[in-house]
Every structure is written in C-alpha cells, then in structure tokens.
Design a protein around this ligand. Structure first.
Ligand SMILES: Cc1cc2nc3c(=O)[nH]c(=O)nc-3n(C[C@H](O)[C@H](O)[C@H](O)COP(=O)(O)OP(=O)(O)OC[C@H]3O[C@@H](n4cnc5c(N)ncnc54)[C@H](O)[C@@H]3O)c2cc1C
Length: 318
C-alpha cells in the first residue's frame, strides 16, 4: 500500500528546511520486530532548530509520530499516515558528562551507550539503562525501567534519574520540561504524544567505575538468562496490572500454546512476544488481543498493552 506523496507540498511550505523528507519510506527495517508498512513521510531533521522550523510550518491536520529505536513498537502493516520523525545519531546522539554526576544526552543516544558513558565517568544509578535496547527519547516517553525480584542493584527507572528534558512542541516551540511537567507514571509520561524530546539531563551519584561495570555485567547476565535476546521481540508486551505479573497472567491464560501465523509468546519470558520470519503486524496484534480476551474472560483483569501499536491495520492472513 502506498500513501499519496505529500513531500512536494511540504517542501514548498518549508523552503529553508535542511533535513531530509522521504515519501513512502519502509519502517520495518528500523524496528525490532521488523514488521509493518511505510511512513507516508519520513523526516530526518538536521538539528533541533530544523525540527522546530519543520513543526512550526507543518499543517495542523497532518499526524505526527516520533520514532526512537522502535524497540517498543508494532508498526501496523498498512503503514503510518502523516509524518514519522527519525533522528540521525550524529545530530541527536551526543552525550556529555557534566558536573554533579550528571549526563546530558541527545534523544537518539542509545540507553546502553549512556549507561556505558556513565560507568566510565563514575556515575552510578544508570545501570538499569544498560539492558534496555531503546533510545533516550523512548526512555523518557516510556519511563523505561527494570524491576527485579532477585537483584535490587539492577533495578531503576528513568524518572528516578531525571533532571530536565528539552523538547519541541507540535507548534514548533523549543521548551524545557521539569519533573512535574513530565508527569511520569509506570511505563509512561503525561507529555503530549506529538511533543518531541530532543535532549535529557540525568543525574546519578558517585560510584567507582569498576563497581558499575560489574553491575552492568550482571544486568547483561540477567537479560541473557531470563529474556529473549536473540529473536525479534518488543520486550514486555503488556504492563503489569497492579498486584499481578503480566507474564504469569499470559501463561495461565494458555498464551504459550497460541500461535498466530508466525507470531507466538516466548517460553523463556511469557510476556515477550516473538516475531518469526514471515510474521505480520496483524499476526502479532491478533495474538496479543486473543491473550487479552482470555485474561479478561478467565481472571477478569484488563491487560494493558505496553507495546505501542501505530498505523493502519490490514487483516491477518493467519
Ligand atoms: C529485548 C527487549 C527488552 C526490553 N526490556 C525493557 C525493560 O527492561 N524495561 C523497559 O522499560 N523497556 C524494555 N523494552 C522496551 C523498550 O526498549 C523501551 O520501552 C524503550 O524505552 C523504547 O525506546 P525506543 O527508543 O525503542 O522507543 P520506540 O519504541 O521507538 O518508541 C516508544 C514510544 O516512545 C515515543 N518516542 C520515541 N522517541 C521519542 C522522542 N524523541 N520524543 C518523544 N517520543 C518519543 C514513540 O513515539 C513511542 O510512543 C525492551 C525491549 C526489547 C526489544
């Protein structure tokens, strides 16, 4: 399916744009699940000012969606109408250590790289980021974090280390957000979905680099032991409902015996879905919805998707 090409109109509205606009650009290669259709327009801003210029001139009726590393996303098979923003690591991936055990990072820096830089600089408290395969923009939006029943030193949440973020609003205004403005909640935040984070300032505490490296190694061990690391997944599929573990609800609802096309749940971690070769977004979503239906029917609990599902659905062939 192809969308109408609106890039000529956009270019005419924005003669001084320096970033790149592409029509009908496939998104699957940018995602962890490797499924889904194209973006009607994919915009790669040259820098923050270019992003602000673009947004100030983008007609209000055109939908907008930022993409991080798409490790928490199902792009549906019909693609995403409107504009999808994807950053370049060169302009949005910079990381700088600041006094006071702080780290300033572009929104497209990877969580792992930020954790590594923190380790080198003797900044503790960011170890949890080492095992999360997203970008800092995605970590702010999702309040990314890790819980462990067995090892508290590998736990943490973005909100705990947050000082401030820089963002560009849908109207093209560059703003700074403090903690209250972020409205962090469990795996989410209250900032408008079309506000784009471009930078974060995070603060840790003094800790010897060798201790941090040791914790990072344990984060890695935990991931390899308890989670899927070698197949295509999007991490935790559902949020943990208060007082429950999503993986247990999935297992008890018979989720491990289901297969939709080439999509199934992981036997290693029942809340991780797996996209085998040939899986479609429709297969994956249908699997998730069937599990939600069973958990509701069996336990009376509403499982909420943690993975973001975006774009236009096409019917499942499974
Ligand atoms: C193997 C695996 C393990 C995982 N483990 C964990 C874990 O332990 N803990 C955890 O919390 N998550 C985990 N995840 C999920 C995922 O890595 C996190 O949610 C991560 O924070 C998403 O970042 P991203 O850059 O990939 O965002 P994306 O998936 O690209 O986007 C997620 C959301 O953030 C928005 N977004 C992205 N960038 C920006 C930006 N710059 N400004 C505004 N909005 C933005 C998107 O529009 C979307 O709504 C895991 C995923 C995988 C595949």
């Amino acid at each position: 399916m192809a969308f109408p090409d609106i890039t000529p109109e956009l270019k005419a509205l924005m003669p001084d744009l320096r970033g790149r606009l592409l029509a009908n650009e496939p998104l699957a290669p940018f995602t962890w699940l490797r499924v889904g259709g194209p973006a009607q327009v994919l915009f790669t801003p040259a820098d923050v000012e270019d992003l602000a210029y673009f947004l100030a001139r983008l007609p209000a009726e055109i939908p907008l969606m930022p993409l991080g590393l798409a490790s928490n996303m199902i792009i549906r098979d019909g693609g995403v109408p409107g504009v999808v923003i994807r950053f370049s690591p060169r302009s949005f991936g910079r990381i700088a250590v600041e006094p006071g055990h702080r780290i300033r990072t572009g929104a497209f820096a990877t969580d792992r790289k930020v954790a590594q830089e923190a380790a080198e600089a003797g900044i503790g408290g960011l170890e949890f980021l080492y095992g999360i395969p997203g970008s800092i923009g995605g970590a702010l939006r999702m309040n990314a974090g890790t819980r462990s029943n067995t090892n508290p030193e590998i736990e943490g949440e973005t909100a705990e280390r947050f000082v401030e973020a820089k963002a560009v609003t849908r109207a093209g205004e560059i703003i700074t957000l403090d903690r209250a403005a972020m409205g962090f909640v469990y795996r989410g935040c209250g900032v408008a979905p079309d506000t784009i984070f471009v930078e974060a300032l995070l603060e840790g505490f003094p800790r010897a680099p060798e201790s941090i490296h040791a914790v990072n190694a344990r984060v890695q061990e935990h991931r390899e032991r308890d989670q899927e690391t070698k197949v295509r997944t999007a991490g935790s599929t559902f949020k943990n409902p208060p007082g429950h573990s999503a993986w247990r609800l999935v297992r008890d609802a018979g989720g491990l015996d289901l297969r939709f096309g080439q999509a199934e749940m992981s036997r290693k971690h029942a809340n991780f879905l797996i996209a085998h070769d040939g899986a479609t977004a429709a297969d994956i979503e249908a699997l998730g919805e069937e599990i939600r239906r069973r958990v509701k029917a069996g336990q009376g609990i509403d499982l909420e998707w943690e993975v973001k599902r975006v774009g236009i659905s096409l019917p499942s062939q499974a």
